[in-house]
Unconditional design. Structure first.
Ligand code: ATP
Length: 319
């Protein structure tokens, strides 16, 4: 390996900065020149690339978002566009790249690897929906942000005897909704991976009210339906006072938790280690507290699955 570059791509997630810092510092520790690509794949194409020194990643481990900025670059699926990106790396003698992002970003990373740039992916997304890792960078922080919101809403729900419907992020993946629902003691959790029977939800709320429950909390992943739609559906079956809360982008922001910072530090450094050992075309991950690598092909082989045991438990505990 001669020189290494690092970029963040797709939706930003808390802990991306800690991962960038780890890539930069581990590279310099190993005596390798390291470059930051600004604005994800877009910056690779427009040549927004700068050499980074130790000080450039100082004071960022605690910050949310990404200092390298992120961007969507739909044209990156075009081979001619990627040729430009590769030329921009090659003219600086950069032969290796770390891509921090979600599964969309991994697709671009896989193409670049096939086209000659040794590339390793680092899972950076709040959704926790990437195969080959138990946790993605940002998931723990987003989860705790949601739990904080649920706790606050629970206080007011109890005071007014209402049913609160809280919409959380997760277009295709229900991990955030499921974990937040379990941790926040929600009565109902609606996730894209399981069928949603609103009639049954209504019956459970009614039964709860009959035995004196003061409030009910429903957590719905955005991929299932909106909080508003959920309220409308519920009203088809019961007469209940509902309030809807859409948490939105606050779930993406904020300073990363300790777990996310440590995870990002470990994964970022491990990505550099793989490249040093001439291993590429892989994504790094953590499984059973061990650093692992999974080829991009394998990562894409199956769609992400929910933890079925945890989903069953959520149903058992919310009777
Ligand atoms: P998140 O899960 O947080 O949304 P993501 O990495 O999945 O993150 P995407 O918007 O899906 O986010 O992908 C990020 C970028 O990756 C795209 O804007 C595009 O530049 C690149 N990309 C996605 N799919 C491909 C592909 N098939 N080939 C080449 N590049 C791709």
């Amino acid at each position: 390996m001669k020189k290494i570059a690092v970029l963040t791509s797709g939706g930003d997630s808390p802990g991306m900065n800690a991962a960038v810092r780890a890539v930069v510092r581990k590279s310099i520790y190993e005596g390798i020149e390291v470059y930051g690509v600004y604005q994800g794949y877009q910056g690779l194409v427009t040549d927004n690339i700068k050499k980074l020194e130790l000080g450039d990643v100082g004071d960022i481990i605690q910050r949310g978002g990404t200092k390298l900025y992120s961007a969507r670059c739909p044209e990156f699926i075009e081979p001619d566009v990627r040729k430009k990106a590769i030329a921009n790396l090659e003219k600086r003698g950069i032969d290796s790249l770390v891509v921090i992002g979600g599964d969309g970003s991994y697709r671009g990373a896989q193409r670049l690897d096939e086209e000659g740039i040794h590339t390793v992916g680092v899972p950076g997304t709040i959704d926790n929906d990437i195969n080959g890792t138990d946790y993605t960078i940002g998931f723990d922080t987003a989860l705790n942000t949601i739990i904080d919101a649920v706790d606050r809403i629970r206080d007011t729900a109890t005071s007014h005897e209402r049913t609160f419907i809280i919409e959380v992020m997760g277009r295709d993946a229900g991990d955030l909704a499921l974990w937040a629902g379990v941790a926040g003691g929600a009565e109902t959790i609606l996730i894209p991976e399981a069928p949603s029977d609103i009639k049954e939800v209504a019956e459970r709320i009614e039964t709860g009210m009959k035995r004196g429950k003061k409030h009910s909390i429903i957590i719905v992943a955005e991929g299932v339906m909106s909080a508003g739609e959920c309220a409308e559906e519920l009203r088809k079956y019961i007469n209940v006072d509902t309030r809807e809360s859409v948490l939105g982008h606050m779930q993406r922001g904020g300073k990363p938790t300790g777990s996310d910072r440590v995870l990002a530090s470990r994964l970022g450094a491990f990505a550099v280690e793989l490249l040093l050992n001439d291993i590429h075309g892989h994504a790094v991950g953590i499984e059973n507290n061990r650093m692992t690598k999974t080829s991009f092909d394998k990562v894409f082989e199956e769609s992400h699955k929910i933890d079925e045991g945890l989903y069953r438990l959520s149903r058992e505990l919310s009777i």
